[in-house]
Structure formats: C-alpha cells, structure tokens
Design a protein around this ligand. Sequence first.
Ligand SMILES: [Zn+2]
Ligand SMILES: [Zn+2]
Length: 356
Amino acid sequence: MGEFEIPTEQWAQVVEKSGGPVSYKKIPVQKPGPDEVLVNVKYSGVCHTDLHAMMGDWPLETKLPLVGGHEGAGVVVAKGELVTDLELGDHAGIKWLNGSCLACSFCMQADEPLCPKALLSGYTVDGTFQQYAVAKAAHVARIPKDCDLEAVAPVLCAGITVYKGLKESGVRPGQYVAIVGAGGGLGSMAIQYARAMGLNVVAIDGGEEKGKSCKDLGASAYVDYTTSVGDDFVRDVRAASGPDGLGPHAVLLLAVAEKPFQQATQYVRSRGSVVCIGLPAGAKLSAPVFDTVVRMLTIKGSYVGNRQDTQEALDFYNRGLIRVPCKTVGMSELQNVYQLMREGKIVGRYVVDTSK
Ligand SMILES: [Zn+2]
Ligand SMILES: [Zn+2]
C-alpha cells in the first residue's frame, strides 16, 4: 500500500450554476468512504447527458456545484476499509450508476438502476471530469488490465446502454433489429453490439455519409429518412428487414428527435418490440391502440445496465468485437466539446484526457 501519492488538490471542470459554462479549476480531492474507492480517472467520455446536466434542462435536479462526467476509466488509488474485492492499482470504470442501496427490491433483483436511492455520477454526485473521483466499490466496472483505458471509456455509458437495450428488445440471433439514429455515437456502438450478438442490422439515419459508416460497421441495410419518407419509409424499412418483408423484430430508438418515436410502431414486425433509449427533450410517445393490440406490439424503455450487463458489455469490447470511433482532447477543452455537441457537429464520441 501507499504506492500511490494522492494530491490534496486536482484539476476539474465544475458547473457552478445551471446553464453553464463549465469552469476549469482546482478543487480538493475527496476521500473515499468505507464502501467506496477513489479512482484516478485517466480518460472520460463525454455523453449528451453531461450537456443536459450542465444546462439543467431535465426534469431531475442536479447537485450544484457539479463535476459532470460518467464514462471515467482509471486506476483505483485508495479504498475504504470495507472494500475487499478491489486492490489498489486495479483498473476501474465509473459509470452513470455510481452507487445504489443494494437492499431494495430492485437492487435485490439486479435492477439497481431503478433503485430509489441510486447515486448518479456527474448528476447527483460528482463525476469523472476531474482527476480523482469517488464511487461505490460494488458498482465500479472491473476493467481488465490489458484493456486500453482511453478507448474503453465510451463503453462505460454508450456501450452498456445500447447493449442493455438490445438485451431488453428480446431479439434473438438471426433476427432483424432496426437501429434509429444508427449513424451517431450510440448508433455506431449499437450496430457493432448487434452484429456481435448475431443480429441483422437495418440502420436508419439521414444522409449518405452516415449510410456509408453504418455499412462499414456491418449494417446489412441502410434506410435514409431524408430521401425515404411517409409510406415509402415504412415500406423501405420492411423490405430491408428480411425476405418476408414483414418488418424488423425490434426497433432500437436512439434518436434525439420525437418523430422517429412516433413512426416505429408502423414498421416494426407484429409481436415485435420498440425500445426507447434516446431522450428527446419533452418528447411524447403515441401509437395507435388498435395496432398495438391486434399486432401484439411491445413498447418499452431501456435505461442503463446493471453490474452484470456492464461486465458483459466490457467483455464484448475486450474480445475485439467493438471498436469505438473517438477523438481525445484535453479536459480543459470540455466547453468546446459541449459547443460542438449543441451544434450537432459531433461524429463518433469525444473523450477527455484528465491530465491536460
Ligand atoms: Zn451517458
Ligand atoms: Zn436499491
């Protein structure tokens, strides 16, 4: 022990008031509680949720001042006295679910993201846009030592989230899944997880460039909603979803606009499921009750994964099945990343390096 020298102060990006911006400054390093670890965060992915947390535009209050971030990959440098299954020097990931009570009926059934006492990294507790972050030991992702901390960071939210959604959809190997918003950061990972799970992917997004990247990642078909509209769109998605033309077995909605959420029940296969993951601000979901009943459709939401989903998602990554297209910048440039995000100019995922 004592092999890590822990400073008393560190660099962090702090949201002082809702609406932002973030300020890059030195703040004290926290000490881990008895059931917690202190992780020296090396890299942290930047997620759309972080922008919402800064803006304070979700119907759930953040702590203030707030250090955002929930895709932090790093090294365990200190731990509380109750932590027995993690050693100093282990690689660990801090994800959205920072901690939960482990005793409620949700936690007991591995639905810990639904825990009423859940702690959320970069939202209700300080997250990973700092050099040293605290998390409950039970919930940190166990990252294998041979895994690149920079490249794996986005798996900790984006990867786990899309993998969980695919599991929740109930699709089986050989079946078809339509991924809406397939050309974005979440989408590119969803395509790869779906392929690795033995599914056929119908990618849906707008523009030729996105179509090319979806095909490169293994989508069997691409439907461009900017050129295929109305009834044509429904027909095209179904035609792309296997020889019987009856539609995909599941639809994964990663889009950040409301319209795709309204369309999905029109083309999903009877008995199929529509899984909502993306969170367009203020969006509502509506579907014809008649179709939902006589076609036996399932419409559901999927949130983040539990501890087991986390380890499975990391395992797919570690076996070389998932590549994450990302761009790394210094943590001091976080505000610029938010600006690009707002302008919708981000292709793939941004990762910040906490050392600069
Ligand atoms: Zn996220
Ligand atoms: Zn609980």
